[in-house]
Design a protein around this ligand. Sequence first.
Ligand code: NZQ
Ligand code: ZN
Length: 395
Amino acid sequence: MNFEFFNPTQLIFGAGALSQLGEVVARHGKRALIVTGGGSIKRSGVFDRAVASLRAAGVVVAECSGVEPNPRIASVKRGAKIARDEGCDLVIALGGGSTMDAAKVMAAAALYDGDPWDMIGHGQDNWVIPTRALPIITVPTLAATGSEMNCGAVISDDDSKVKSFVQANCLFPKVALVDPELTLSVPKDQTAYGVCDIITHVTEGYFNGVDGTPIQDRFAEGVIINAIEWGRKAVADGSDLEARAQVQWASIVALNGWVQAGVNMVPPVHMIEHALSAHHDITHGAGLAIINPAWMRFAAKARPERFAQFAQRIFGLTPEGKDDLALGMEGIDAYVEFLRSIGCPTRLSEVGIGDGLFDQYAKDAALVLHDENGNLLGRPPMTKEDIVGVLRSAL
Ligand code: NZQ
Ligand code: ZN
């Protein structure tokens, strides 16, 4: 293994942490742009509590509300303009992954004179990776993406129907203030999709990483096993604060770089899902619940021993004379059963997607992360036909 690990985000975790918001923010700025989603935090009273805490600490607040799920570049531009017009010196993201991602790119766009879409990789010759951003404080209200403690953001463009990402060190939040109480109001379906997203962040590295990472394997398996155990509980009883807390901690470690250290992860399943949600605006975690098992069945043929390990260590299945591929496939079946038990869709038809645009999704999926032959990066790399085959198997 040969790697660097870097994550400068301060994490403050625990029920009730929201009350520290003003004090924490005041260490980083005086005029905050607070970025919010479609209104859930207003209905739950979280927004008022956050603003009261900020005002008590002497922080002036401007707001950019209405960031949509699968956030659009138009929202990013709108927020960056508010930040500039109001002279904001930091950005607070109070919401789910969509709000956090939009807020991160707003923080960079506020200091960038060009078109913010330049910063999102979409096959352009000159991908502008931002080097400066206003300080970012994340306050997640949904456990899923891990955006609260990583340097990535995923943004969509309505015109080109491209959904893609940026990763830059300046996008690491200064502080992730994580209060599991804020997730108590997340509905059952979004809770389940979040659990699926968490698990998929880990499986991407587990199945697409380099060989010889036994410690990371065990970290990954620990995160998956706990996401399954506590995810079930959080879905069954949304008011179970302990379950909410464990799921939220899982969401952080699943994508803050820790599980991936030394693994050289590439995320083919995410690239395929992003192509789907760009065209159909489906929830990211629901799309992953459909694509990941279909992809796993494809990839298991190239690396059966890895999938046999998954079956044994995650679901306790035993070989009993089966070869690795047969055992691996049983593990994938068990995973599908889990996804269905928490209410996730596992077929494209369940979210109203047919085969009309399969070629387009295959092209879009490999737009950024491809090898010299144009194949989508992964183990194994995927041709356009491979991607279409996986999609077809998920119909
Ligand atoms: O907008 P509001 O009204 O807040 O409602 C949201 C939204 O409808 C609701 N919600 C959030 N917190 C809630 C709540 N409802 C009740 N109570 C609460 N406390 O949940 C819905 C979904 O929210 P959203 O932010 O879209 O979900 P999620 O956190 O799953 O974020 C998904 C986005 O993140 C990207 C995805 O592609 C997608 O665009 N990702 C970002 C990553 C990253 N930055 O590292 C990695 C991920 O793999 C992912 O790609
Ligand atoms: Zn994800």
